[in-house]
Design a binder for this molecule. Structure first.
Ligand SMILES: Nc1ncnc2c1ncn2[C@@H]1O[C@H](COP(=O)(O)OP(=O)(O)OP(=O)(O)O)[C@@H](O)[C@H]1O
Ligand SMILES: [Mg+2]
Length: 352
C-alpha cells in the first residue's frame, strides 16, 4: 500500500538534486538539467525569521541587499563553512526553492530529494539537513558527499578501481577527495575557501590602504583581478570604501600582484590540504593520479591560474573542470536517475 502511494506521489512530484552550498544553491532536475542557481541568501524582517515577500527575498535579490539593507530588513546567509548556521532561515530558503521548482503541482506530491553536503560534517549536522529538507516539503531525503557528487557530475569513473582526485573549492569549504570503487578512499574537508579569500582581501585593504570594504566588494575584486600565479597581463581594479581614520568615502586602485600576495595564505592552506591527501594515498592509486591528473571544481576553481599554482606545488597535472560551478548539482541529477544503483553511497535518516 505504501509503495503504491509512494508511486502515486512520484508521478506528480518533481524529484530534484540540490547542491546546498554556502555561497550558492543549485537545483538539478533529471532530464532538465540545472534549472535553478541562486545565492544562498535570504532577506528577513530584522530581529525576526519572517522572510520578506516571495521572490523579493531569496537568492539574487537578497544578495544585492547584503551589507546595504535598510533599517528594518536584514539579509542573511543561512549557511556558514558549509553547514547550516541558521536552521529556520535555511528551511525557509529550501522551501522557497523546492516550491519554485515544483511549480503549481499539488502540495501532496512531495519530491524525493538528493542533497550534496560537505564530507566533513557531523551526524548531527546531517540530521539537521535532512530535517530541514523534510520540513521544507521533501518526501524522502538522500545525502551524498559533495566530492562524490562532483566526481559523478564530472563523469569520472568513480566505480572503477582507478583513482580520480577532485578538489572542490566552494564558498565555505574546500573538499579534497580521492575517489575509487564508489567510495572516497582518502579525503579532507577544510573550512577554507572563497569566503576566506574574500576576508583576506578585506584585511589587506585595511592594512595597506586604510580602506574599509565589505566582503561583497572583496569578492568583486577577487573575481575581477584575483589570481594564484603571475598573469601574462597583470590587472587593475578600483574599489570604493570608507577611509579608516576620516570615515569618509574613498577610492583605491589595486593591482593583481598585490591581491595575489593578499590571497597567499589561504591559497597555501588549500595546497597543503591537497598535499596531505596525496601523501596519504596508497602508491598504486597515487600512480593513477599522476596519469589522470587532479580536477578542480567549485567557484574557487575559477581563481586565475590556481591550476598552475597547484600543479607547480604537487607536480601532478591539474585541470579546471568544465562549468565548475555546476559539477555537484549535475552529479545529484545523475544520482536521482540511478537511485537504485547508487543507493549504497547515499545516506538517509535511517542510516544515521
Ligand atoms: N571567477 C571567480 N574567481 C574566483 N572565485 C570565484 C569566481 N567565481 C566565483 N567564485 C567564488 O566561488 C565561491 C562559490 O563557489 P560555489 O558556488 O562552488 O560554492 P558553494 O558550493 O556555495 O560553497 P560550499 O561548497 O563551500 O558550501 C564564492 O566564494 C565565489 O566568490
Ligand atoms: Mg559547493
Amino acid at each position: 500500500m505504501f509503495r503504491f502511494l509512494d508511486r502515486m506521489a512520484g508521478m506528480f512530484s518533481v524529484d530534484m538534486g540540490i547542491d546546498l552550498g554556502t555561497a550558492n544553491t543549485l537545483v538539478c532536475v533529471p532530464g532538465r538539467g540545472v534549472i535553478l542557481s541562486e545565492p544562498s541568501v535570504v532577506a528577513v524582517r530584522k530581529g525576526t525569521n519572517q522572510v520578506l515577500m516571495d521572490g523579493m527575498a531569496v537568492g539574487d535579490r537578497a544578495k544585492e541587499m547584503l551589507g546595504k539593507t535598510p533599517g528594518n530588513i536584514q539579509a542573511i546567509r543561512p549557511m556558514r563553512d558549509g553547514v547550516i548556521a541558521d536552521f529556520e532561515i535555511c528551511e525557509a530558503m529550501l522551501r522557497y526553492f523546492i516550491r519554485r521548482v515544483q511549480g503549481n503541482r499539488k502540495a501532496f506530491a512531495n519530491p524525493q530529494v538528493v542533497i550534496a553536503i560537505p564530507s566533513g560534517i557531523t551526524q548531527v549536522e546531517k540530521q539537521a539537513v535532512i530535517h530541514s529538507a523534510e520540513r521544507a516539503g521533501a518526501r524522502k531525503v538522500f545525502l551524498i558527499d559533495e566530492p562524490m557528487a562532483a566526481g559523478i557530475g564530472l563523469g569520472m569513473p568513480i566505480q572503477d578501481p582507478t583513482a580520480s582526485l577532485v578538489v572542490d573549492i566552494g564558498g565555505g569549504t574546500t573538499e579534497v577527495a580521492v575517489l575509487a570503487l564508489a567510495g572516497m578512499v582518502e579525503s579532507e574537508s577544510i573550512r577554507i575557501a572563497g569566503d576566506e579569500l574574500d576576508e583576506a582581501i578585506v584585511d589587506f585593504m585595511k592594512k595597506q590602504y586604510q580602506l574599509l570594504i565589505g566582503p561583497q566588494a572583496a569578492e568583486r575584486i577577487k573575481i575581477a583581478i584575483g589570481s594564484a600565479w603571475p598573469l601574462e597581463q597583470e590587472l587593475q581594479y578600483t574599489v570604493k570604501g570608507r577611509h579608516l581614520k576620516s570615515g569618509l568615502p574613498r577610492d583605491a586602485t589595486v593591482n593583481s600582484e598585490e591581491i595575489r600576495e593578499a590571497l597567499h595564505g589561504p591559497v597555501e592552506e588549500i595546497i597543503s590540504s591537497v598535499k596531505r591527501v596525496l601523501e596519504k594515498t596508497e602508491p598504486e592509486l597515487a600512480a593513477d593520479l599522476v596519469d589522470r591528473g587532479i580536477t578542480l571544481c567549485g567557484g574557487g576553481a575559477l581563481l586565475r591560474n590556481l591550476d598552475k599554482r597547484i600543479e607547480a606545488a604537487v607536480d601532478v597535472p591539474v585541470s579546471v573542470a568544465e562549468d565548475p560551478l555546476t559539477a555537484v548539482a549535475r552529479g545529484t541529477g545523475v544520482i536521482l536517475d540511478n537511485l537504485d544503483l547508487l543507493r549504497q553511497i547515499l545516506e538517509t535518516a535511517e542510516d544515521l
